[in-house]
Design a protein around this ligand. Structure first.
Ligand code: SF4
Ligand code: SF4
Length: 147
């Protein structure tokens, strides 16, 4: 019996189907209901703070940020500490203006070594900063962080 199992294991190692895949080179198939990084539509957000009050992990803060990259005018928007986010989707469900939505982004651009790099400013949530360009994002975070 033991020998049989060993033979099966060796066979699987050399001839069996692969059970792992390269990540992130080979993307994961995500379900339609998958909840990834939130996306913010600044034109719909009224800065009411309902999302922040709803968050069970207190991951959202309402901060001032530019209404657009080309404008100096500022308004209140949510920023999300992705390091504390459960991706439960309550902030999205409770937003009265559908300003927040869920994206399929869960890997590229949001895996960071330092917790401070997981503080997603309104500009990053609105994708006015290219979150895929890690190096650049580091610069942009400090440039855009409104505190
Ligand atoms: S994202 Fe929605 S709930 Fe949050 S501040 Fe903006 S409008 Fe209010
Ligand atoms: S998805 Fe859930 S945990 Fe994450 S910010 Fe929204 S309400 Fe908070």
């Amino acid at each position: 019996m033991v020998i049989k199992n060993v033979i099966r294991a060796v066979k699987n190692i050399y001839f069996g189907p692969s059970v792992t895949r390269m990540c992130p080179e080979v993307p994961t198939r995500l379900s339609d209901r998958f909840r990834g990084l939130q996306k913010l539509d600044k034109s719909k957000c009224i800065g009411c703070g309902i999302c922040a009050n709803t968050c069970p992990n207190n991951a959202i803060k309402i901060v001032k940020a530019r209404v657009s990259p080309t404008s100096d005018k500022k308004r209140w928007f949510p920023s999300i500490d992705i390091g504390h986010c459960l991706f439960c989707g309550l902030c999205i469900d409770q937003c009265p203006h559908e300003a927040l939505s869920s994206s399929k982004v869960y890997l590229t651009g949001i895996i960071r070594y330092d917790h401070c790099d997981l503080l997603f400013t309104p500009d990053m949530l609105a994708r006015e900063v290219d979150i895929r360009a890690e190096k650049e994002a580091g610069k942009e975070v400090s440039r855009w962080t409104p505190q």
